[in-house]
Design a protein around this ligand. Structure first.
Ligand SMILES: Cc1c2[nH]c(c1CCC(=O)O)Cc1[nH]c(c(CCC(=O)O)c1C)Cc1[nH]c(c(CCC(=O)O)c1C)Cc1[nH]c(c(C)c1CCC(=O)O)C2
Length: 341
């Protein structure tokens, strides 16, 4: 029997109070994060420094007592460890040296450079050692389509148009890239679990960009293979899939992915999801991060509505996407009280 409320809910138990964590819970809305971030230098320097990365992973746990910690890193360390140039321009978000064709892909490393990722695994070990037994540790990676969209465009793009165009104009190239990322993701997640992560979440942040003709091939099939690859090596590990903007297509994903949990973005109606999505999976979500910025009655109302809708299911309370830098810390404290009352 586990003492972790989070792991109990993810194992299918309807807990009286839902466990709580927030996507991007370590970040710029916390003054103590900004302090470490300034000391670390660049963002990737922070990700690859086990002492600093451990510290910022633990900060939201100390402050709010969340039921789970999530490894501090980024989805783009995977392309970086495949040999692609990745950097974070201050104030501009991520930048990569874009892949133009299969020739560029062939020039990347065939296999994930685990040497380069060693500091990430060391961070996982240190965090697990420092956490109370009842606090679960979540590792993560980006889903192949989401990561590929950055690798192809070299930056974040509206509607992932450059990657979507490649899906039509050069499908063999994109299939190969997705294939490479499926294999890399399985290895990467399994190493995080070896190092002490009990749960892994796969972020498909751009499911919204995929038309009906492409979502199965480019998103859901790769996600299923990642779940299977993790479970084959670590049958006890739990997997959560967060496919943002999948909408009603979540029904198919929840039905046959093999995942333990399905994350809901803030656009999903919890009153639709609760009776509709596979009752065997635990649902997670889905407060609008802007309701948390606003606080007050909007926050109280939406927290109550989500909890009410999910009262008959195994459920994990979270935001419907990452917390925003301008979120007042006092509103997060209020959220913790609301969810735990
Ligand atoms: C698409 C994506 C990325 N990264 C991630 C995703 C998928 C989830 C999502 O949809 O939000 C995932 C991610 N990024 C980060 C985490 C850490 C763990 C956590 O606290 O949840 C996780 C899980 C830290 C981060 N990753 C990043 C920051 C901000 C960097 C800083 O401190 O300046 C953090 C805390 C940088 C990053 N990394 C990425 C972007 C677009 C940015 C810029 C965002 C911004 O500037 O607000 C790519």
């Amino acid at each position: 029997m586990t003492t972790s409320l989070f792991l109990r809910a993810l194992s299918g138990e309807k807990t009286a109070i839902p466990p709580l964590w927030l996507m991007r819970q370590a970040g710029r809305y916390l003054p103590e994060y900004r302090e470490v971030r300034a000391k670390a230098g660049g963002f990737l320097d922070l990700c690859y420094n086990p002492a600093f990365a451990t510290e910022v992973t633990l900060q939201p746990i100390r402050r709010f007592g969340f039921d789970a910690a999530i490894l501090f890193s980024d989805i783009l360390v995977v392309p970086h460890a495949l040999g692609q140039k990745v950097w974070f321009a201050e104030g501009e978000g991520p930048k990569l040296e874009a892949l133009a064709d299969a020739g560029d892909l062939a020039r990347l490393d065939e296999e994930l450079n685990l040497e380069r990722l060693a500091p990430v695994f060391e961070t996982v070990e240190r965090v697990r050692e420092a956490l109370p037994a009842e606090t679960a540790l979540i590792g993560f990676c980006g889903a192949p389509w989401t990561v590929a969209s950055y690798m192809l465009a070299g930056k974040g793009t509206p509607d992932q148009a450059p990657a979507r165009l490649v899906a039509y104009s050069d499908p063999v190239f994109l299939d190969r890239l997705i294939e490479r990322l499926v294999e890399a993701s399985i290895i990467y997640l399994n190493r995080q679990i070896d190092a002490g992560a009990q749960v892994v979440q796969v972020f498909e942040s751009f499911a919204s960009a995929l038309p009906p003709s492409l979502i199965e091939k480019l998103s859901f099939a790769p996600l299923r293979r990642i779940v299977a690859g993790v479970k084959a090596k670590h049958p006890q590990a739990k997997v959560i899939l967060f496919a943002r903007g999948a909408g009603p297509r979540l029904e198919g994903l929840a039905q046959c992915s093999g995942a333990d949990g399905i994350g809901l973005d803030w656009g999903v109606d919890p009153r639709w999801a609760a009776p509709t999505l596979n009752p065997e999976v635990t649902l997670q979500g889905n407060l609008d991060p802007l309701a948390l910025i606003a606080g007050g009655e909007a926050l109280r109302h939406d927290v109550a509505a989500i909890r009410e809708a999910m009262s008959e299911r195994a459920f994990i309370f979270n935001l419907g996407h990452g917390i925003q830098p301008q979120t007042p810390v006092a509103h997060v404290e209020q959220l913790v009280k609301l969810v735990r009352s």
